[in-house]
Design a protein around this ligand. Structure first.
Ligand SMILES: [Mg+2]
Length: 377
């Protein structure tokens, strides 16, 4: 089998007026995605997705394509090594790695289809066939008071069957504390609640907030500080009681290793579409397991990323082994996004807060090409 063609599909949906929303440092004015399609001389096609800016990812995928044409798509590890080596001098992290992630995921999709098994089977089998999902939302809205909107939104997730949700903070300690307390009241004591500052704080602010909301039973405090400052991460861990999570911007296994070795985090959050794909993520998972660090993948993108993430989630070993193991969470974005699941012929959905791992060959999803055309950037 040989690779004959590689296509990066850039998709977008403009968000206007009241549909725009803010994280601590950015405003979402569109929903952008870059899907990677790899064709072979046998007719088998694989799909992947790149985390981050769609047109930059697409340009790098295009630049990497000559190195892929004519190669056997089952040579996944050698291809990964060769791409990484070729781009090392200006790569290692950032958009070269997110672009390579999309290529790698598509190769695993092809391999699964070639052997007639789901990707998790190629990875050695599944510890579980479904995972609990938490609803990601709670950004700062444009159409309403933030506290009022987040109370309404998170209560709606619970009504939909979710048992866990994550909200965005990093807008000021006083305001964030009030919002977190109101959301905790709205979703009840039994629901899981996580907070994500999108590195909107410095260590002093993060420690202050973490101490103030110690009674709110927060599952984790995500990206409290900027990801380059592993010493600040460690100070936040030591200075307040909530477990600290991070990893969506630490691309590549070496960046994740540095965070683990710096004692920067309690929970590691690699994104399969950003950290180097399935090939790199399984090494990150192995290193985290070796170090006693919990892995809860970051997931932000279309159903292609969600499917790839579900295969990774199936393979994360339960830590520790015991009678009733704790399954890792799927991050399930619930914010406005017209084609997130529409790109799949069969959308991935949750039932009573759980999502099944796809069990058809490859990633187990089929793409709706009409939707690619409809949202082409
Ligand atoms: Mg995050």
């Amino acid at each position: 089998m040989k690779i004959t063609n590689v296509t990066a599909h850039c998709l977008t949906q403009k968000l206007d007026g009241n549909n725009r929303f803010d994280s601590a440092f950015s405003t979402f004015t569109e929903r952008a995605a870059c899907l990677v399609e790899i064709e072979t001389d046998t007719g088998l096609i694989g799909w992947g997705e790149c985390l981050g800016p769609n047109k930059v990812n697409a340009a790098i995928v295009e630049a990497m394509t000559p190195a892929l044409i004519g190669r056997d798509p089952l040579d996944i590890e050698p291809i990964w090594f060769d791409l990484y080596s070729a781009w090392r001098d200006q790569g290692q992290r950032g958009v070269t790695m997110t672009a390579q992630s999309g290529i790698d995921i598509a190769l695993w999709d092809i391999a699964g289809k070639h052997f007639g098994v789901p990707v998790y089977r190629l990875l050695g089998g599944a510890h579980r066939t479904s995972v609990p999902a938490y609803a990601t939302g709670g950004f700062r809205p444009r159409d309403k008071d933030r506290l009022e909107r987040l109370v309404e939104e998170t209560a709606a997730y619970m009504a939909d069957g979710f048992t866990a949700t994550k909200i965005k903070i990093g807008f000021g300690v006083d305001e964030d504390e009030a919002v977190i307390r109101a959301v905790r009241d709205a979703i009840g004591d039994d629901a899981e609640l996580m907070i994500d500052a999108n590195h909107g704080y410095d260590a002093i602010e993060a420690i202050e907030l973490g101490r103030r909301i110690a009674d709110c039973r927060i599952g984790w405090f995500e990206e409290p500080v900027v990801p380059e400052q592993l010493n600040a991460y460690r100070r936040v861990r030591e200075g307040q009681p909530i477990p600290v999570a991070g990893g969506e911007t630490w691309h590549g296994r070496l960046a994740h290793r540095q965070a683990i070795e710096a004692d920067a985090i309690d929970i590691l959050q690699p994104d399969v579409a950003g950290c180097g794909g399935i090939t790199e993520m399984r090494k990150i998972i192995a290193h985290a397991e070796t170090s006693g660090i919990r892995v809860v993948p970051h997931v932000w993108g279309t159903g292609v990323n969600v499917a790839a993430s579900l295969h990774m989630l199936a393979t994360i070993p339960p830590q520790p082994g015991r009678h009733s193991s704790r399954d890792p969470w799927l991050e399930f974005d619930q914010t406005p996004h017209a084609y997130r699941m529409a790109v799949l012929q069969d959308p991935i959905t949750q039932t009573a807060g759980r999502v099944a791992v796809p069990d058809k060959p490859g990633l187990g999803v089929e793409i709706d090409r009409h939707v690619l055309e409809e949202f082409r950037a």
